[in-house]
Ligand binder design. Sequence first.
Ligand code: NAD
Ligand code: UFG
Length: 350
Amino acid sequence: MGSILVTGGAGFIGSHTCLSLIEKGYEVIILDSLINSKNEVINRIKKICKANNDLLEKNLKFFKCDLREINKVEKIFSEAINGGNPIKGVIHFAGLKSVGESIKNPILYWDVNLISSINLVRVMDKFDCRNIVFSSSATLYGQSSKELLNEETEIKPINPYGTSKYGIELFLDDVFKSTSEIWSIAKLRYFNPIGAHCSGLIGENPVGIPNNIFPLLLDKTYKKKENLKIFGNDWPTIDGTGVRDYIHVMDLAEAHIKILEHITQTKNKNLNLNIGTGKGTSVLELIKIFEKTNNVKVPFEIVDRRPGDAASVVADNQLLKSTLNWLPKLSLEEMCRDGWNWKIKNPFGY
Ligand code: NAD
Ligand code: UFG
């Protein structure tokens, strides 16, 4: 059958996707430098697998490796062949993702994100593995004022994190164009993934101080010491607070498998796909649903707008629907329930 390589598989979205892949019967190889994740996540994935089926945990291999070390990446591909289970497809999550850090250190972002992707594609080509699903981002659309963003919306990233993602998209387009008979590529533009696996054993584990709303909301609610700062209540939105398209990380995991299967079966694809629910939720709405679902109080205060923010970022997901005949299913209540379950079981992460 062959195996699937998941770069960045120890990270937030990667760990949930690996679990879903294993549960579907895939053999999974995780390659991760652990720069933004912990080794413990591997044990947790195995633990969940074991609880469901004793045999499944054998289907996971882990290599601590930085994609910029091309020799090590080659070794992983050749060992898979020697072991009789060549890598048939790659889901490429590995990369740095902090917008603020990217503004301070663009060289690091271009180095890690772009060089890693070039190395990976070079090795894939050498080993005749040409199916790749790449983690891009809705951040590519910059500060578009459109109500719903579709894949044709103008690409205008406003920070080095976003430009590095766009650079990789362009690189993959060039690779596809030069050899369009053999590569199958999907570039997924995620909106705002939140939540966790329902076991509470894996979840988002930001290293350092988080910037995103959901891990901050969990933290402030758990510690009850400081308020969550809401960045502005004067945006042109339903209640003045920022609107985003939140998607459950388990739905996102499922989307990856469906897309990988789609591009592998139909070949000769070069897709750009938005992955979102198509439904916008404001910060105040998110807080209200979180409080009601979990019967807790979220301490918050309104502060100034954050530079670089957009009022509303919501996906037009019609292409996702027509391509896969699938849309995300899990509700905001489920995102809030599962995220809180993860937090109370792991208040300090892994
Ligand atoms: P994450 O930081 O939790 O996971 C990324 C993983 O990649 C980490 O485990 C990290 O250790 C690893 N990594 C980084 N550089 C590496 C390298 N050079 N070689 C090997 N491993 C490396 O992030 P996430 O939230 O799971 O995001 C996964 C991907 O999705 C990222 O590419 C991110 O840019 C993209 N994305 C995330 C979001 C989001 O809100 N979480 C939104 C849009 C796009
Ligand atoms: N927000 C607050 N307070 C906070 C953090 C965020 O009010 O402490 C607000 C923001 O102003 C925004 C909303 O919550 O209205 C969501 O903000 P996040 O920082 O959680 O997410 P963003 O949509 O700004 O960006 C995230 C990732 C990007 C990714 C993008 C995809 O950080 O890397 O989603 O849409 F590209």
